[in-house]
Design a protein around this ligand. Structure first.
Ligand code: ATP
Length: 235
């Protein structure tokens, strides 16, 4: 059987600049994959290529065996791949609940996630549901961004730099939602610059440098030295 998400030799360009070089990746249902790497390694480009926002220039991407790499971004979302973008990108003039409802526009069937379930996952959002999204703290806004992505009932949830700019206690609170998200049947990809956070949540880690995956494996199999070399280049 095909993996839920499978990339083979994926490449992406910005004009003449090549940002991804032959990325291979396989992700099964209910699993969490972490992609780590320094600034500019290509992590965001990888997320954008999977979701159809960045154009794929070569190789293939498939969801449950069906090619998605030539599909338009809205169709990829409807097929079941949702992204929590870096910087959250909420609609500032809309309330928390209106932001969440926007995620339901591309909803896949009668899935697990409803407003009520999002509020069970992040109870603080129920209390603040009528407030403008920008009135919330950074961590609460991140919860809205996750909730909005879940409202489409994704099979794969891509999270770009969830912990950026948040206090450790808030990061823990956000990652505490992950088991419930996995139990809903979704697979998760987290992009993180925070390596220790990535190692804690992931079943498998891919380290990227200069558009290539330089190291992969389950967290327990990767030594600190190997990660350092793959992240920064060999000393
Ligand atoms: P960060 O942690 O800073 O987001 P990243 O690992 O996500 O880094 P990308 O943002 O994917 O890296 O960038 C990969 C490479 O592509 C970098 O060299 C970057 O300068 C380049 N790049 C990214 N976006 C564009 C763009 N819109 N146009 C041209 N080059 C870009």
């Amino acid at each position: 059987m095909s993996p839920l998400l499978e990339l083979r030799g994926l490449t992406a360009h910005y004009g003449d600049f090549q940002a991804l070089f032959g990325v291979d990746l396989a992700l099964e249902e209910g699993r969490t994959l972490a992609v780590i790497g320094a600034n500019g390694a290509g992590k965001t480009t990888l997320m954008r290529a999977i979701t159809g926002i960045a154009r794929v220039s070569g190789g293939s991407a498939a969801l449950a065996g069906a090619r998605i790499d030539r599909m338009a971004a809205p169709d990829i979302l409807r097929a079941g791949i949702a992204m929590v973008p870096e910087g959250r990108r909420l609609f500032p003039s809309l309330s928390v609940e209106e932001n969440l409802r926007i995620g339901a526009h591309a909803r896949r069937g009668n899935g697990f996630w409803t407003l009520a379930r999002i509020y069970e996952l992040f109870p603080v959002l129920r209390d603040r549901r009528l407030q403008p999204a920008t009135a919330l703290s950074g961590g609460q806004q991140q919860m809205v961004a996750i909730g909005r992505a879940l409202m489409s009932n994704p099979r794969v949830l891509l999270c770009d730099e969830l912990s950026l700019g948040l206090a450790p206690v808030v990061i823990r609170e956000i990652y505490a939602a992950f088991p419930t998200i996995r139990d809903s049947g979704a697979a998760i990809v987290v992009v993180e610059q925070d390596i220790s956070q990535a190692l804690k949540v992931a079943d498998a880690v891919h380290c990227m440098m200069e558009g290539r995956i330089t190291l992969s494996g389950p967290p327990a199999s990767l030594s600190r030295e190997a990660i350092h070399d793959a992240y920064f280049g060999v000393r």
